[in-house]
Design a protein around this ligand. Structure first.
Ligand code: FES
Length: 149
């Protein structure tokens, strides 16, 4: 590597600074779906989306309490980057905390809400937070389709 080499992230004077929350959720992601769990996981809704910006893919599984219509479980798996992992990890926590979010409330989560909980994301990484948000909506649509049948 040449002596004066600067990593791309430093060119233009803008470093990709990740918050402590991003680092925590990237290094210790919550609610990740594993092959073992998936073997007998009875999801009420499953959603999968791809990011037009980068081609990465996110899949999400939810369980919904039939009486309260609250999300009682949320698992996810991604072929995405560190920001996608951190954003979806924190999203899964958001929908399950305090006894679970209602489906109606979960539909209204915006990528900005996720980014706020992460104490920010580098602007070039905002699209990564959209992936989990869209996968959640897709899983909710799948759930609603099953309930209507
Ligand atoms: S670059 Fe593809 S999800 Fe982040």
């Amino acid at each position: 590597m040449p002596k004066n080499h600067k990593p791309d992230i430093e060119k233009g004077g803008k470093a990709w600074l990740y918050s402590d929350a991003v680092k925590e959720h990237f290094y210790n992601p919550k609610n990740v779906m594993t092959d073992k769990l998936l073997a007998d996981y009875k999801a009420d809704g499953v959603g999968e989306v791809g990011s037009p910006a980068c081609g990465d893919v996110m899949r999400m599984w939810i369980k919904v309490d039939p009486k309260t219509k609250k999300v009682k479980d949320c698992k996810w798996k991604t072929f995405g980057c560190a920001s996608a992992i951190a954003a979806t990890s924190v999203l899964s926590v958001m929908v399950m905390e305090r006894g679970g979010m209602t489906i109606e409330r979960a539909k209204k989560i915006k990528p900005q809400d996720i980014v706020a909980r992460l104490q920010g994301l580098p602007s070039v990484k905002i699209h990564c937070s959209v992936l989990g948000d869209q996968a959640l909506r897709a899983a909710i649509r799948d759930y609603e389709g099953r309930v209507e049948d």
